[in-house]
Design a protein around this ligand. Structure first.
Ligand SMILES: Cc1cc2nc3c(=O)[nH]c(=O)nc-3n(C[C@H](O)[C@H](O)[C@H](O)COP(=O)(O)OP(=O)(O)OC[C@H]3O[C@@H](n4cnc5c(N)ncnc54)[C@H](O)[C@@H]3O)c2cc1C
Ligand code: SF4
Length: 578
């Protein structure tokens, strides 16, 4: 690591931005100087950061995103190969612990422009209205400071912008339809339909999933090769790298890749003044900004706040509530695998293409609150091999024999709602990374409700697998989808940010990513994270320069700015069913 010097600020290496043929950008990217005080500095250009960047740029703000990972050139960097894709993940060191430690690293968080939306499977169910009032309805977890109805227009917007393919009528939560028609079924989807139908369980076929079922603008439709969580070199799967980032750049945003934010600088009057960061070579820099928005995901966002402790905020920036890092959540994500006599060929479709949310809501007959979903997953051979090792302890020739049977297996994933608990938290370890920054220490413990819910979800998913005709069923225990750890709420004593993502403690510091979720439902979180980002952007835009020079908090809902959607996305698709 090289020391910070005024010289290195001046000589920051300017990389040409690399955009593959998919992004279709022909403009040079705008470059701001570090001495220039930009309007907004966003830390992290992932699912939420990409949407936010695009909206703020379109509204005319000077905006930069610092991104720790690379700016992917999809042509050059990506391969349709399972083992070649691990570069997509955040694999920097982290410490994991607690009674039920989370597996961190590969297959966990994204790193690079697009963040987790590059490797996500792109399932895009909305949260249910009940998710926003879990405490009021069930006496557990927490209520959100906003209702489903407030987020609903943003769900509709993002479903058009990605866009999402799915059935014309989706029955769960708030029933609605999708802008693009559903996908055809792969072998795993057929198995889920068969199992659910035999047990009289409704099932959604062909989505909702942010994968093109027909061509869209210059993007081609899905070719059903199953490499979605390897990035989708084809460009049929939505990621902010291809849906929002090109539009952000065309409207004057700068993205600084390989730029690892290390500390947020607090100035006078409890206002932040910019962000320190390290470039690829380890040289340190400082970018001035009128306001800062952290969009680094549910582990790196609290880590950055904790690493930014300073006089006045000795326990971490914006942490007067001692809530930064707490109430981190992951969903129970057990994979249930079934062997069928006939070939299934689970690689021949996007892994995400059918699901049921029939068990999503609290059922008074259960001995636990909240619920779970059952979804298709389509592990490719290496992931399948690991599951076989975990479930059957197979090794050597035994493992090889099982692997030769790959085409006969189907995999369903359960998504179970684990509640927010104060002891599930991110703190700082004494270990440091290559920049000398203290790494995250993640502690995760399952509580009674979580264990009962997971057990019931496993049993139901196994029942569905047998009902589909499987002759052998095994399972791999795992968790999915980290969220929380900088949660939003009304009360500054029990939450980090308010309902627009503004930290309670610092008027020009915001958080905008999955870390602000107070609860997580049993829906995949990506659509909700991007919908929240679009709403935060509308709020910031409605405030104009007030965020930069006033401590007053305007709490009325902003006008919805549909016209700020990326070019060619607003208003396309088929009409929604009401
Ligand atoms: C295998 C897999 C499959 C998934 N499938 C689905 C799915 O089907 N549907 C769904 O809804 N969700 C899915 N998810 C989850 C989804 O990807 C995440 O919930 C979502 O991407 C989180 O969005 P975010 O904006 O909070 O963070 P991210 O998208 O992860 O963005 C954070 C960005 O910030 C950057 N960053 C972090 N710290 C710093 C720093 N200090 N300085 C600079 N940059 C920084 C990171 O590099 C990253 O690019 C999946 C996740 C995995 C692992
Ligand atoms: S299955 Fe479709 S969405 Fe998935 S990687 Fe292939 S083309 Fe992309």
């Amino acid at each position: 690591m090289k020391p910070s010097s005024p010289e290195s600020h001046q000589t920051r290496k300017i990389e040409p931005h690399r955009l593959g043929s998919l992004q279709k950008i022909h403009l040079p990217m705008k470059r701001f100087s570090e001495s220039e005080e930009v309007d907004y500095l966003i830390v992290g250009c992932g699912s939420a950061g990409g949407v936010l960047l695009q909206r703020l740029a379109r509204a005319g703000f000077n905006v930069i995103a610092l991104e720790a990972g690379p700016f992917w050139d999809t042509e050059r960097d990506w391969v349709s190969d399972e083992s070649g894709s691990h570069q997509l993940y955040w694999e920097d060191p982290r410490v994991t612990g607690g009674t039920d430690p989370l597996a961190l690293g590969a297959n966990n968080c994204g790193k690079g422009v697009g963040g987790g939306s590059v490797h996500w499977a792109a399932f895009t169910p909305r949260f249910h209205p009940s998710d926003f009032e879990v405490y009021t309805r069930d006496g557990v977890g927490a209520d959100w400071p906003i209702s489903y109805d407030i987020l609903r227009p943003y769900y509709e917007q993002l479903e058009l912008e990605m866009p999402v393919a799915g059935p014309a009528y989706y029955p769960w939560g708030h029933p609605h339809g999708y802008p693009y028609g559903p996908h055809p079924m792969g072998g795993v989807g057929n198995a889920l339909i068969k199992g659910c139908t035999a047990l009289n369980i409704p099932v959604s076929i062909g989505g909702p999933v942010a994968i093109l079922s027909g061509s869209h603008g210059e993007r081609p439709h899905c070719i059903y090769r199953g490499f979605c969580i390897q990035g989708c070199k084809v460009g049929a799967k939505a990621s902010t790298l291809i849906t929002h980032v090109p539009d952000a750049m065309a409207n004057g945003a700068e993205i600084r890749d390989h730029s690892m934010a290390s500390r947020i600088e607090l100035g006078k009057n409890r206002r932040v003044v910019g962000v320190h960061y390290f470039d690829r070579e380890g040289s340190s820099h400082f970018q001035r900004a009128k306001a800062v928005i952290i969009a680094g995901y549910s582990i790196e966002t609290p880590r950055l706040l904790l690493n930014s402790a300073c006089p006045g905020f000795e326990n971490g920036l914006a942490n007067s509530s001692d809530t930064v890092g707490r109430y981190m959540m992951a969903q129970a994500g057990n994979v249930i695998l079934g062997r069928f006599d006939q070939p299934v060929r689970m690689y021949k479709s996007p892994p995400a293409h059918a699901l049921t949310e029939e068990f999503y809501e609290t059922n008074p007959k259960n001995d636990f609150a909240r619920g779970f979903a059952i979804q298709t997953v389509g592990p490719l051979p290496i992931a399948f091999g690991k599951q076989i090792v975990a479930a059957k302890r197979a090794w050597g020739w035994g493992l090889r024999r099982e692997m030769m049977d790959y085409n006969h297996w189907a995999a369903f994933g359960l998504l179970g709602e684990i509640l927010p608990w104060a002891d599930n938290r991110v703190t700082l370890s004494d270990e440091t990374d290559r920049f000398g920054l203290r790494v995250a220490n993640v502690s995760f413990n399952l509580h009674d409700n979580d264990k009962k819910l997971t057990k019931a979800a496993k049993e139901k998913t196994t029942e569905v697998m047998y009902a589909a005709g499987a002759t052998e069923v095994i399972q791999e225990a795992r968790f999915a989808h980290l969220v929380g750890a900088s949660r939003m709420g009304i009360d500054p004593r029990t939450s980090v940010v308010d309902k627009f993502g503004r930290t309670h403690d610092i008027p020009n510091l915001f958080v905008c990513d999955g870390s602000i979720l107070p609860t997580q439902g049993s829906a995949n979180p990506g659509l909700t994270i991007q919908a929240l980002a679009a709403r935060t952007a509308d709020y910031l835009i409605s405030q104009q320069s007030a965020i930069f020079n006033s401590d007053r908090r305007e709490m009325t809902e902003p006008p919805i700015r549909k016209e700020l959607a990326p070019a060619g996305t607003y208003g396309r698709g088929v009409p929604h069913l009401r």
